[in-house]
Design a protein. Structure first.
Length: 345
């Protein structure tokens, strides 16, 4: 496992049913869906493998019942996997003692769930400081740390409010501040914004991206909303019936779906939100450019410039080299619904 990987799953299974360990062993750890059904065993997670890199937002998504929440709970052993390995910085959590797991969860992992689970008898300050109190941190230090997190999530001035005095979005901010108070090395978020109305949800996504730009956490984020996923994710894993069927960037999933299911899942996503200049550029045909854009810039952010320009725009990579050109026709093809990149990428 490379040094940049913070957490990895290797061949993780979670089965529910009679004698799941024996069933799995009896089928060579490779039972088919038909064999699972015949034995009355539910394959909540089936042979899942992934790597989450240090500092990235890794989104796990799928429809309800696809196994995404179960997989994330297996990562922290809140749910005990039936088989496989969970490696946290190279340490196999399935071999860790209960005491070691408690230590890791309390000091190195943060968790935020769809239901905020705030303690109603504690103030905002008390809720945010609570995990530090559990760690045994003395009051002055834990409250100072909690106040920093409260300010970070935009709730300064509400430290003495109780959860019932806050809006849904404010309550979720308290949950985020509480999970960040322990300075986690990996941050698990299970549909944290799905209970919020659309406007507040959008604001919370903006806030989440702002926090990530400051903190650069390693994040596993669960959602069933592809629009949310493409806004937030560096990479996405799509699950179906307990199995991971494709992992890639949002652009990978849209332009190179591995299965018909992935293609259908991404079909309604506006391509301009996902496709980059790199994906639709063509080979440079000279140096008479009207301007330049970054190779990773999304089409929706550069469309107006490309359409208004009388000549192509140069596409530059991260080292400043011209690697292609972007013309009006390629951009219009994306905006008008052509699902295939115009260039060679």
């Amino acid at each position: 496992m490379s040094a940049e990987v913070k957490l990895a799953c290797e061949g993780v299974w979670k089965l529910f049913g009679p004698e799941p360990d024996r069933f799995l062993a009896g089928h060579g750890h490779r039972p088919t869906p038909e064999q699972l059904t015949a034995a009355g065993v539910i394959g909540a997670v089936r042979d899942a493998s992934l790597e989450i890199r240090t500092g990235e937002i890794f989104v796990i998504m799928g429809l309800s019942g696809s196994g995404k929440s179960t997989l994330v709970r297996c990562m922290s052993r809140l749910i005990e996997p039936t088989a496989g390995r969970i490696l946290f910085e190279g340490e196999n959590l399935l071999e860790a003692s209960e005491q070691r797991l408690i230590e890791i969860r309390r000091r190195r992992m943060g968790m935020v769930f769809q239901h905020f689970a705030l303690l109603p008898h504690l103030t905002v300050l008390g809720n945010v400081a609570f995990p530090l109190e559990v760690q045994g941190m003395e009051r002055r230090r834990r409250e100072a740390r909690a106040l920093e997190m409260i300010e970070l999530v935009g709730l300064k001035g509400r430290e003495r409010y109780y959860p019932r005095e806050l809006s849904g979005g404010q309550q979720q901010r308290v949950g985020i501040a509480r999970s960040l108070a322990v300075e986690p090395e990996i941050w698990f978020l299970d549909e944290p914004f799905s209970a919020l109305d659309p406007l507040i949800r959008r604001e919370m996504q903006d806030e989440f991206l702002r926090l990530q730009s400051v903190l650069r956490k390693t994040i596993a984020f669960i959602t069933h909303d592809f629009d949310e996923a493409i806004r937030l994710a560096d990479r996405i894993a799509i699950m179906q019936d307990g199995a991971i069927i494709q992992i890639g960037t949002p652009e990978d999933l849209v332009t190179r779906p591995a299965t018909d299911y992935v293609a259908e899942f991404t079909r309604e996503i506006p391509r301009a939100k996902v496709l980059s200049a790199r994906a639709i550029m063509t080979s440079p045909a000279g140096d008479g450019f009207a301007g330049e854009v970054g190779a990773d810039a999304k089409v929706e952010t550069i469309a107006r410039r490309a359409i208004d320009a009388d000549r192509p725009l140069a596409v530059r990579d991260g080292d400043g080299r011209v690697i292609g050109q972007l013309d009006r026709a390629a951009v219009l093809a994306v905006l008008l619904g052509d699902r295939t990149p115009a260039g060679h990428g």
